[in-house]
Ligand binder design. Structure first.
Ligand SMILES: Nc1ncnc2c1ncn2[C@@H]1O[C@H](COP(=O)(O)OP(=O)(O)OP(=O)(O)O)[C@@H](O)[C@H]1O
Length: 693
């Protein structure tokens, strides 16, 4: 029975087509298997390099490109476009088998040949060959084939290689890029070629090669599954997990493990698969995250991934604070303003020369973070991350102020989110109560040490106890934690994902520039960067707009949203992010006045179907939209003045605050799948990458 595999790149083409054409494509695919035995619907193409490519007719104007293997009946649908574009794409392309991975590769022969030709005739330069330190045998072992070897041997500069990114077979490009960056062939093997390599690879058996790459070519069970695959992004990752994602999700570990990677690399997807996998094996699983919005979104995705109620009943999807509350009796939660007032009272009573912000941070970042409960403990504590030095007299004053503040809390039965966690940890430790067999934490970079202790106490130490998904480039709260300080040793059990599945390369690259100069540590204390993080999808560059006034900026927002809606984007696929709630509310009003239905995302509300979503940059974390507008990115709004400690007060905190605000903008911009609009009024924020918009 002939089968049609769907290549992931084809889905990206499909998403960009207008709805009526999409329906025709789906119709053509539905008919494929019925008609395949006659072969009549596959048209031969003239003047192409690889005769195994054939076309199927979608309508008068559109064609699909199908790879028809010489043996077997495993066809692969690779591309759909207008007749001319599809033909242009296929004309110089050839399908080959990578001899290291055994996977199918589609290459643009013409570009490689032309480059070799140009380099052959280029004036001879004194420069040394880029790969003179690597033997032919090593290159061959890493899957570099004859054509690519010829090309590689002519390169003298990594920029020549980079210029062909996206045009060369991807794995071979990655191998050469790794070697050019100074990696050893062994490291490149581990990092690029990867784990399970087939024993026998037949260079002519494309059908087998396609079967070896379920992360790229999926067989679907009939039209319903195909429609689902196409219409719901979640369905795609249910079917196509990258080998690294698969490994991270299903591998068994002796202790805590983690998955890291830039935005949109599928860390949440891995966390969801892992939660399901462990629950299916019978364990009680906690899938925890930072905000209630994220927890709701995780719970929704999990229900799409797993339909068995019994399995679902073994998974709790909660914020860490919700877990903590389950272990603490009745109390009054102290709101931000009330807490400030309490600190002010302490300062007044003791006539202290500290601000309420300084004391509150000292309490959170030193006392609570290090579980300090006595004056001796505080007087000898290391004040990591605190820039303002304190003499011993000042330390004693601060400790007495903190002790008084804590006493106020106790006497009035007040709790903050952090003290609820402290109490819950104590309760769980005392009762030796580990409610879960496995705890998985998404957005782990944002947890305060007191929350880490809740997480640690919720599960006994052992195999597959803890699994963390994190990206410290997206840290948007004040919590810089080294995991070993909270009793969590990852010890090499870490997987780093690099392919971004959400954002176009144009949006990703533009956003990454804004973090380029930042020094950012991973949760285990080692320096991390976004190098290698890439997207295989292309689209429009971000649009930047500077307005003279706030009203002009909002009018432009309305215009932009209207354009997206007119192009067929659904209202709920549009997100608007702002630094402050005030600008967010102004955006809501402006959109409503233009009769665009809109909902504001808050702690308790997610917005309804048919509504454009507006929310703060903080609440955008972990979410994604086809089109995103980040507005109010003016010099006076970002960094938010109230969120930055003055340099004179504490230089270290000042620098950390600026980095956090920069990360916040990065997070907001990388929520966009296809379109990004960034605007401001007055002067732009100094964080903005104005150059390449
Ligand atoms: N293997 C895959 N194939 C197709 N799509 C995928 C795959 N993995 C993830 N995605 C999609 O990529 C997008 C980002 O995934 P996810 O939210 O898991 O990334 P993340 O690393 O947690 O992102 P962030 O850190 O920015 O919140 C989602 O739309 C998801 O459906």
């Amino acid at each position: 029975m002939p089968r049609l595999g769907i290549h992931q790149d084809f889905l990206q083409d499909l998403i960009r087509l207008e709805r009526p054409i999409q329906s025709k494509v789906l119709e053509a695919i539905k008919k494929f298997e019925q008609n395949a035995h006659t072969g009549a619907h596959l048209e031969k193409l003239q003047d192409i390099r690889d005769p195994r490519f054939k076309s199927i007719r979608i309508d008068l104007k559109y064609r699909g490109i199908v790879l028809v293997p010489e043996q077997g009946d495993h066809f692969t649908l690779l591309k759909v476009d207008t007749h001319e574009e599809a033909y242009d794409w296929v004309r110089h392309r050839r399908a080959t088998v990578n001899m290291a991975t055994g996977h199918m590769e589609i290459r643009d022969d013409a570009i490689i040949d032309t480059t070799i030709e140009t380099l052959t005739h280029a004036p001879v330069e004194a420069a040394r060959p880029l790969f003179e330190h690597v033997a032919d045998a090593d290159l061959a072992r890493l899957g570099i084939d004859d054509q690519m070897l010829k090309f590689a041997r002519m390169l003298t500069d990594v920029a020549m290689l980079e210029a062909l990114d996206g045009k060369l077979p991807q794995v071979q490009f990655d191998v050469l890029f790794g070697l050019a960056a100074g990696m050893s062939p062994e490291d490149v093997w581990d990092d690029v070629v990867g784990a399970a390599v087939p024993e026998k690879i037949d260079p002519n058996d494309l059908a087998e090669a396609a079967k070896r790459m379920p992360h790229k070519v999926a067989l679907v069970e009939g039209p319903e599954e195909l429609m689902e695959l196409f219409n719901k992004p979640f369905a795609r990752w249910r079917v196509y997990l990258h080998p690294l994602q698969r490994e991270a999700a299903f591998q068994s570990h002796l202790g805590p493990a983690q998955v890291t990677g830039g935005p949109g690399t599928g860390k949440t997807v891995v966390a969801l698969h892992r939660a399901r996998h462990l629950a299916r094996q019978g364990g009680r699983v906690l899938l925890a995250t930072f905000t209630a919005t994220l927890a709701r979104s995780l719970a929704k995705s999990l229900r799409l991934l797993e339909t068995d109620d019994e399995v679902l009943s073994r998974v709790d999807v909660l914020t860490v604070d919700q877990v903590a509350r389950r272990h603490v009796g009745k109390f009054t939660l102290l709101r931000d303003e009330e807490e400030k007032e309490l600190w002010r009272q302490v300062i007044r009573r003791r006539e202290l020369d500290f601000t309420e912000r300084f004391l509150a941070e000292e309490w959170r970042q030193v006392v609570l973070a290090q579980e300090i409960t006595s004056s001796d403990g505080y007087l000898s504590a290391r004040r990591i991350g605190r820039g303002r030095r304190l003499g011993s007299l000042q330390r004693a004053q601060v400790w007495r102020a903190i002790a008084e503040f804590e006493q106020e809390l106790a006497e009035n039965n007040y709790r903050t989110f952090e003290t609820v966690c402290v109490e819950a940890t104590r309760a769980m430790r005392e009762l030796d109560l580990c409610p879960y067999d496995h705890v998985i934490v998404d957005e782990a970079q944002d947890l305060h040490p007191v929350r880490w202790r809740v997480v640690r106490a919720a599960v006994a130490k052992g195999a597959n106890d803890l699994f963390l998904a994190s990206d410290t480039h997206q840290r948007i709260y004040d919590n810089r934690v080294s995991l070993s300080s909270v009793g969590i040793q990852i010890a090499g059990r870490s997987t780093r994902l690099k392919i971004n599945y959400r954002t176009t390369e144009e949006i990703l690259a533009w956003s990454c520039v804004m973090l380029a100069g930042e020094k950012i540590d991973d949760l285990d204390g080692s320096r991390t960067g976004l190098t290698g993080c890439r997207s295989e999808v292309h689209g429009d560059r971000p649009k930047l707009y500077g307005a003279a006034t706030r009203n002009a900026e909002l009018s432009r927002l309305v215009e932009e949203v209207r354009t997206w809606l007119d192009a067929g984007v659904l209202p709920e696929e549009i997100g608007v992010a702002t630094r402050s709630e005030t600008i967010g509310q102004a955006a809501v009003e402006a959109l409503r006045r233009a009769r665009i239905d809109v909902g504001y995302l808050s702690r308790d509300t997610d917005g309804a179907e048919g509504q454009v979503r507006v929310t703060t940059m903080h609440r955008m974390k972990g979410l994604e939209f086809r089109c995103v507008a980040v507005i109010g990115v003016g010099v006076n709004q970002l960094p938010a003045p109230s969120a930055v400690t003055p340099r004179e007060e504490d230089a270290t905190r000042h620098a950390n605050d600026l980095q956090r605000e920069r990360c916040l903008l990065f997070v907001a911009c990388t929520r966009a799948r296809e379109r990004l609009h960034v605007s401001w009024h007055g002067d732009p924020s100094s964080f903005l990458n104005l150059a390449s918009g």
